[in-house]
Design a binder for this molecule. Sequence first.
Ligand code: FES
Length: 114
Amino acid sequence: MAFVAVCASTALKDAGPGVRFMLGELSGFVVRYQGQVRAYRNRCPHQGLELDWQEGHFFDVDGHALICAVHGARYDPAGGRCLGGPCQGASLEALVCEERQGWVVVQELWTCRM
Ligand code: FES
């Protein structure tokens, strides 16, 4: 499958602001955590809302969890698993991403709707 560049690698600082992107109708974001880039669908599994209260602000104040601004669900930045709040047993939807030649790229998704 093809990959799409969403931002320069230098745009992501560890536990800093993320970058939002669109893949077709899917809203997603990338962040850097413990040196690795991570991409997730920007959709909280609690009620299906976007996580960031201000564009690109996904981390909690300690920089150890991604947090949903609506009801405070907290997620592991390394894998998307719920760490606490109203997201019990749920996870963020991880997207395939990597760094290539100074760019953060995300794998395109192909969906079949009938
Ligand atoms: S919509 Fe995210 S915690 Fe409720």
